[in-house]
Design a binder for this molecule. Sequence first.
Ligand code: HEM
Length: 150
Amino acid sequence: MAIAISLHILAACIWVGGMFFAYVCLRPVAASTLEPAQRLTLWRGTFQSFFKWVGLSIVLLIISGHFMIGMFGGMKGVGVHVHIMLLLGYIMFAIFGHVFFAPFKRLKAAVDNQDWEAGAAQLNTIRKMVGINLVIGLITIIAASAGRFI
Ligand code: HEM
């Protein structure tokens, strides 16, 4: 149990913290200081690296989360906060899956072809979806940690 909750929280920190850094800190500076070619190349490389960690985090969240539910005796043995976490978690996984297999794939192709206009459109889609997942992720952390006291 101690290992499962540790991996679970580390995975949540890496994913949600990474989205916070990308969206709140890096995005405005990159947008105001870099030309499209540099900016899109930066994001292509940044996402290429970050999304590997997100993939690992998702695997860890699913395995550790379901393991803990099993240890609590199944869904009947857990509080409403875990049901909320499960629902929001799977919405986050679906949004990430869409970003990875659709706009990110197209962003990579656009950057490789030096088509900056098409790349900017894909980056804009990714920005919106990461923004949504960041908000859901923060709400999930609040629900997961504060939920049991409500
Ligand atoms: C497959 C999806 C998930 C499952 C099955 C799951 C399951 C669980 C379970 C059973 C616990 C222990 C609850 C308790 O001790 O009361 C837990 C804790 C936690 N989960 Fe999840 N979780 C999932 C996804 C997520 C996601 C996506 C996040 C955040 C982005 C998250 C963040 C947390 C946090 C912060 C805790 C610690 C709560 C605390 O002990 O104070 N979980 N999770």
